[in-house]
Write a protein that binds this ligand. Structure first.
Ligand SMILES: NC(=O)c1ccc[n+]([C@@H]2O[C@H](COP(=O)([O-])OP(=O)(O)OC[C@H]3O[C@@H](n4cnc5c(N)ncnc54)[C@H](OP(=O)(O)O)[C@@H]3O)[C@@H](O)[C@H]2O)c1
Length: 266
């Protein structure tokens, strides 16, 4: 038993699948009292609930619009939320100009604006109680940048920096802030982003392992959790390697993704 999470009511967004579903299970196992599981698909939320060992409330909401975020906040207004896991997110693969502005705007809303709004709404009560936590799910790509996932990379850059800065701001308030920045993880993420599995390099981690490391990071008050040895080495290298060289390598690594739609050949 962790102690810190004991009896907490925790909202997990994007809990119907992938990393979010695994985080829900881990949080339940680590002592959470009640989980609020959010996503758009009730059937899949029920599946996650059935795998969690604590009482769960399920809330269907599409967080890619203000209306959806407000509807989630309305549905949980009777609850005292002690922990927030900002996990829901989508990607969009291919050349930047190949995706419509509307699709990119929806992704920016879900990956960035909904994160800011939920945090804004739920933080003050945690501060008043002097206890709570927010776990942000950013990404390694937010540090590196991935051609073929340009806008997605920028949204995760936002989450990475938002988490780090909010943590600095909240020091001494009793509210913990942790960033989870996974590398490639085996979920439906890439298929949903329109990216072929063949274009993803090896070294993928399982979502269960990622979630385990993340919850351990919250308990240890970590600022940033990078799952996997290779991702950690890459993270350290980013400090020393000039951005131009990172861009060169990143362009090669992600080439199949943007060439798929743009048809360029170099
Ligand atoms: N997989 C990776 O390689 C990887 C790497 C780094 C970071 N991440 C991040 O990890 C987080 C979880 O992704 P995942 O890999 O677990 O992908 P996933 O298996 O596709 O799960 C995405 C979750 O987000 C929810 N979601 C999607 N669109 C939504 C919307 N409009 N409104 C509300 N919920 C929505 C989905 O639920 P519904 O479909 O039921 O709405 C689902 O529960 C994302 O923030 C992603 O950026 C993933």
């Amino acid at each position: 038993m962790s102690g810190f999470l004991d009896g907490m009511t925790i909202l997990v967004t994007g809990a119907s699948d992938g990393i979010g579903a695994e985080l829900a299970k881990e949080l339940a196992a680590a002592g959470a009292g009640t989980l609020v599981l959010s996503g758009r698909d009730m059937k899949r939320l029920e599946r996650t609930r059935d795998q969690c060992s604590v009482p769960c409330e399920l809330v269907c909401a599409d967080l890619s619009s203000k209306k959806g975020v407000e509807s989630l906040l309305q549905s949980i207004s009777h609850l005292e939320i002690d922990g927030l896991v900002n996990n829901a997110g989508v990607g969009l693969g291919g050349g930047f100009s190949e995706s419509s502005c509307a699709d990119q705007e929806d992704m920016i809303y879900l990956n960035c604006q909904s994160v800011m709004q939920l945090t804004h709404h739920l933080l003050d009560p945690m501060k008043k109680r002097g206890k709570g936590f927010i776990l942000f799910v950013g990404s390694m790509i937010g540090f590196v940048g991935g051609p073929g996932m340009t806008t997605y990379s920028a949204t995760k850059g936002f989450v990475n920096r938002f988490s780090e800065t909010l943590r600095w701001e909240l020091e001494g308030t009793g509210v913990r802030v942790t960033l989870l920045a996974p590398g490639v993880t085996r979920t439906s993420f890439f298929t949903s982003a329109g990216i072929s599995e063949d274009h993803i390099r090896s070294g993928q981690m399982g979502a269960g392992k990622v979630a385990k490391v993340a919850v351990r990071g919250v308990l240890k008050r970590k600022a940033t959790v990078i799952p996997g040895v290779l991702n950690n080495i890459l993270f350290q290298m980013l400090r020393f390697v000039p951005r131009g060289q990172i861009g060169f390598v990143s362009r090669k690594m992600f080439a199949k993704i943007y060439k798929d739609t743009e048809g360029t050949s170099n």
